[in-house]
Design a protein around this ligand. Structure first.
Ligand SMILES: NC(=O)c1ccc[n+]([C@@H]2O[C@H](COP(=O)([O-])OP(=O)(O)OC[C@H]3O[C@@H](n4cnc5c(N)ncnc54)[C@H](O)[C@@H]3O)[C@@H](O)[C@H]2O)c1
Length: 259
């Protein structure tokens, strides 16, 4: 891992931090010197992640769809660490893999609730508090209060058959990223998103072998993205080196999307 992105003394919140990508991102931020708080609803997964990541990782069990729980968690994080420098909106669910006419309304709603509404609640709570923080200075002397990185998906750009709710939620997250970035551009809060292709995590294991082969065939590099490849880009986007790219949507699709 690069030693360029010094995050010593920085405090990060990672939602979905007990899962595959969240844990990999946490590891990268910790290796760069940050402390991380993992927010997740999976108590067993959180305990395992914190044991694996060591003393600079802490945990908070919550459902990001619950406004009161999110507000309380944001308050507690500020009390514990003084500030939140980095937010990674990473919690997400895949939902049913079916054509839209066979999907259940409750499923569509659940996917939107976690992937988009949950990200909205967490962003609202954390960015609201970041705005009250004293800014640091970027390497070029510009004020920086914090970095927000949203984990969207290639499916939010391209759409994907049998995943309308998931794709729509990620397209929404991309639009949320661009909008919040414009709102905070003068406040020293950098907001970006990444759009990964499939990675080998619990989420990818939910799909059939046939669909997996179909997804793989769409990726020109002919392979899935490594968790570490996602983590390296997120690390850069969380660092002070990323100081003029707000609202950007960063590709991680092995050539599937070149925009
Ligand atoms: N794995 C992939 O192929 C892939 C590709 C592109 C984007 N993504 C995105 O990356 C992110 C991480 O996914 P992953 O692959 O690590 O999956 P994962 O299932 O390993 O992790 C997701 C985590 O989110 C948590 N979570 C779900 N609902 C929650 C809620 N309501 N409140 C709090 N926590 C909740 C889960 O408990 C889990 O720990 C997701 O947003 C996903 O959409 C994944």
């Amino acid at each position: 891992m690069s030693v360029r992105h010094h995050l010593s003394g920085r405090h990060a919140v990672i939602t979905g931090g007990a899962g595959g990508l969240g844990r990999g991102i946490a590891r990268a931020l910790i290796e760069a010197g940050a402390g991380v708080e993992l927010w997740d609803q999976d108590a067993a997964g959180l305990a395992q992640a914190v044991a694996e990541l060591g003393r600079r990782a802490t945990q908070r069990q919550l459902d990001i769809r619950d406004v009161n729980a999110v507000e309380a968690a944001a308050d507690a994080a500020v009390v514990a660490h003084g500030r939140i420098d980095i937010l990674i909106n990473n919690a997400g669910v895949l939902g049913e893999v079916r054509p839209i006419w066979e999907t259940m309304p409750e499923n569509f709603q659940r996917v939107l609730q976690v992937n988009l509404f949950g990200a909205y609640l967490v962003t609202r709570a954390v960015v609201g508090r970041m705005l009250r923080q004293e800014p640091r200075r970027s390497p070029d002397g510009h004020p920086l209060r914090g970095h927000v990185v949203n984990i969207a998906s290639i499916q939010g750009k391209e759409g994907m058959a049998m995943a309308a709710a998931y794709s729509a939620s990620k397209a929404g997250l991309i639009a949320l990223t661009k909008s919040v970035a414009k709102e905070t551009a003068k406040e020293g809060i950098i907001v970006t998103a990444v759009t990964p292709a499939a990675a080998e995590t619990a989420m990818a294991r939910e799909i059939s072998a046939e669909r997996r082969a179909d997804i793989l065939s769409r990726i020109p590099m002919g392979r899935f993205v490594e968790v570490e490849e996602v983590a390296r880009l997120v690390l850069w986007l969380s660092s002070d080196d990323c100081s003029f790219s707000t609202g950007g949507i960063f590709d991680l699709s092995g050539g599937r999307a070149t925009y």
